[in-house]
Design a protein around this ligand. Structure first.
Ligand code: N01
Length: 498
């Protein structure tokens, strides 16, 4: 059978757009399938009030084009969703990407044809596209999690999910609003909704840690300095575990005298952002060290939130940084507003959604609008939403029944030439043994940190019935790159080449 394209990429977010650019450079005919009307992926869908990146804008950008780096002007320390979406559109235009993207089309299935060694990708528009390679770039936090609360469809007013927000925006002025969830999306949107709404009720199942962003317009001298030394900054970032250039203090928290330790926390708190978790190098390795940082944040909450009972409910009890740390603008302060109420549903789940609101702890809470800030079926949700069938007709769902297994996070044994982000550009398939070894490596890297100890989307704990497996590789960016380079140097060790 003849192929329609050398490669099909699913998703035109940041990964899919770059993939298209690279495949073109490699001379591959490529079609990108994108469900949205435009590019941008997560920044196309997540339009809730206050959505912005928690990585500083000068770092949260493509690195492949020095010209692009120089010409694009970020305006704030942390870019807003609209600005990041403008950037994605600028990239699509600048590199003429749109002509190979099929918008408003959702990939529904992909079947490996063993006879002809190719994939047939099906879409909700009735396409059946034959291609040698399939590269999924669907995002790891893109499949919204609708909570399993009885009566969800009963609410008579509008219901909004932060991960799939109306494009025309929502004006809550004068409305009463209920928000379920206190993760990153909620923490960003709650302060803004509270300013608009006549009354806001927040339903919190797990208290969360958040560090102030101290967002501000970008200083032109700073931007000039960054642009003059962009390559050096990118090179430094590649040596850091998260691939982001911020200083990790090599000292241990418990071995640092208390006064000095608090001075360091105060400095990082005043600077703001995710770098707080790098105040000491052992915060995610040692319980006692972690507790010093958690205590510091809890003290801040008690200082900021005036009502002691509310402050107590807002104070997280788990490991700081175990769930992904949040970055906010005025989150704790919002709970001092007279129109905001916090309802703790940690020990007693929300009973049901009702036509006029919801029932929790035996009390009815009524509101005009319901906001579900309930996150995503992370890492596997989007992939398993497409009916991929590999060798012998085995579905990805079956192959991952006990949890996702990949080799290098890129390929899956039994699914030849299906890449979960990118691929080495040759016909290849992970061997089962190499895959098992990599799964072991992912588990090992998680087990030496405190991150594997709490219920989070990292382990699929937010989705009832999902296998509990620590999904991301957190051995750090340099270790990951080294592992990939070793595989390449050994002639694509672990891949079956045909
Ligand atoms: O989702 P979440 P998110 N009853 O899963 C609660 C990235 N991101 O969209 O913790 C009551 O973190 C749930 O409670 P619990 C970032 O990586 C980045 O906020 O499971 N509550 C939790 O409070 C982030 O980590 C940015 O007990 C229920 C909340 O809903 C990831 O996306 C911005 C419930 C979900 O929190 C996900 O963040 C936004 C129920 N039945 C997101 N079900 C930035 O760049 C769920 N919850 C800044």
């Amino acid at each position: 059978m003849k192929t329609d394209f050398d490669a099909i990429v699913v998703g035109a977010g940041f990964a899919g757009m770059y993939m298209l650019h690279r495949l073109r450079q490699g001379g591959f005919s490529t079609r990108v399938i994108e469900a949205g009307k435009g590019v941008g992926g997560t920044w196309y869908w997540n339009r809730y009030p206050g959505a912005r990146c928690d990585v500083e804008s000068v770092q949260y950008s493509y690195q492949f084009s020095p010209e692009l780096e120089q010409e694009w002007e970020w305006t704030e320390r942390y870019a807003t969703q609209p600005e990041i979406l403008r950037y994605a559109n600028h990239v699509a235009d600048r590199f003429d990407l749109r002509r190979d993207i099929q918008f408003e089309t959702r990939a529904t299935g992909g079947t490996f044809d063993e006879q002809d060694n190719l994939w047939i990708v099906e879409t909700d528009r009735g396409d059946r596209l034959a291609s040698r390679f399939v590269i999924t770039a669907m995002g790891c936090l893109s499949s919204p999690n609708m909570p399993k609360i009885p009566g969800l469809g009963d609410f008579a007013g509008p219901t909004y999910h932060t991960g799939n927000w109306p494009h025309e925006g929502v004006d809550f002025t004068g409305k009463t609003v209920g928000v379920i969830g206190t993760g990153s999306s909620a923490i960003q949107s709650i302060p803004i909704i509270a300013r608009q709404a006549s009354r806001l009720t927040v339903f919190q199942r797990t208290a969360n840690y958040t560090i102030p962003a101290h967002n501000a317009p970008l200083d032109t001298d700073y931007v000039r300095r960054v642009k003059a030394t962009y390559r050096e900054m990118r090179t430094r970032a590649r040596t850091k575990p998260a691939g982001i250039d911020f200083d990790i203090n090599p000292a241990s928290a418990v071995e640092t005298p208390e006064a000095e330790r608090n001075r360091i926390y105060e400095t990082r708190w005043a600077y703001g952002g995710l770098g707080f978790i790098a105040s000491f190098s052992d915060l995610l390795l040692n319980d006692d060290s972690n507790k010093t940082a958690a205590d510091f944040v809890r003290t801040k909450i008690r200082e900021i939130v005036k009502d002691p009972t509310t402050a107590e409910i807002l104070s997280p009890r788990n490991i700081i940084g175990c769930k992904r740390l949040c970055v906010d603008t005025g989150y704790w302060e919002t709970f001092n507003r007279p129109n905001v109420e916090l309802v703790d549903v940690s020990d007693d789940p929300i009973e049901r959604i009702t036509p006029t609101g919801l029932r929790a702890k035996g009390r009815d809470h009524d509101f005009d609008c319901l906001v579900l800030a309930t996150g995503f079926d992370a890492m596997t949700g989007a992939l398993l939403g497409v009916d991929f069938r590999g060798r012998g007709g085995v579905t990805l769902q079956e192959a991952w029944r006990e949890g996702p297994k990949t080799y290098l996070g890129l390929t899956v044994a039994g699914f030849p030439n299906l890449f979960t982000i990118t691929g080495p550009g040759s016909p290849s398939e992970a061997t089962g043994a190499a895959q098992e070894a990599w799964v072991g490596e992912v588990g090992k890297s998680a087990s030496i940190t405190l991150r594997s100890t709490c219920s989070s989307w990292y382990v699929g704990a937010n989705i009832p019935g999902k296998p509990r497996v620590f999904m991301p590789y957190i051995g750090g960016f340099p270790a990951y790159v080294a592992a990939c380079q070793e595989v390449v140097a050994a002639g694509y060790k672990g891949f079956a080449l045909a």
